[in-house]
Design a protein around this ligand. Structure first.
Ligand code: FE2
Length: 184
């Protein structure tokens, strides 16, 4: 490193502020408001259960500082019995976040790399944990433990489609596309 690069390089003060996205803030705040979602939760033996949450109902319990984030947000409430989970999937053009509200979910993240095998990591997310992501984020979420789980998912813009994948010989192979109004 040269002296000039030391002088001209970015300093901590120049770095942009790093903070969770608005969707993550919404998701975490909503998990704290059990009065909003707990009475709605159902569990289904045959598959995960999902329900949309009315943004107006969310606004009624959230701090006003988060109301602007609700403008284009779509909020899903999901329940997961032990063993229930998703395929490997992306979120189409949507960005967003999900927070675990009850129980623990195991997230497997698959990162595709140019001319390299995909990189995979798996993390257990207990209640209170949050993940936020942009487009092209590929993951699989499963309830691998013995207790039912509940999570809140915030998408902005709304989730319109999702591609599903399998990992084959170190590469992501698309297996299908699921569309809002058709597949969920
Ligand atoms: Fe997802």
């Amino acid at each position: 490193m040269t002296r000039s690069s030391l002088i001209a390089g970015p300093t901590p003060a120049d770095a942009p502020a790093r903070r969770p996205s608005g969707a993550a803030a919404l998701a975490v705040a909503l998990t704290l408001h059990t009065e909003l979602w707990a009475p709605l939760v159902e569990y289904r033996e045959e598959s995960r259960w999902t329900s949309l949450i009315d943004p107006a109902a969310a606004a009624a319990v959230l701090d006003p500082s988060l109301h602007a984030e609700l403008a284009d947000a779509q909020i899903w409430l999901l329940s997961w019995l032990p063993g229930q989970g998703t395929d490997v999937h992306d979120h189409g053009s949507a960005a967003g976040a999900f927070a675990v509200a009850r129980g623990t979910l195991t997230e497997r993240v698959i990162a595709a790399r140019v001319r390299e095998a995909v990189h995979q990591s798996t993390t257990d997310l207990a209640a209170g944990r949050v993940r936020y992501f942009g487009a092209h984020y590929v993951h699989q979420v499963t309830n691998t433990l013995a207790e039912p789980a509940v999570s809140l998912h915030v998408y902005a813009p709304a989730l319109r489609w999702m591609n599903t994948y399998r990992v084959e010989r170190g590469a992501l192979v698309r297996t299908g596309t699921e569309r809002a109004g058709v597949d969920w």
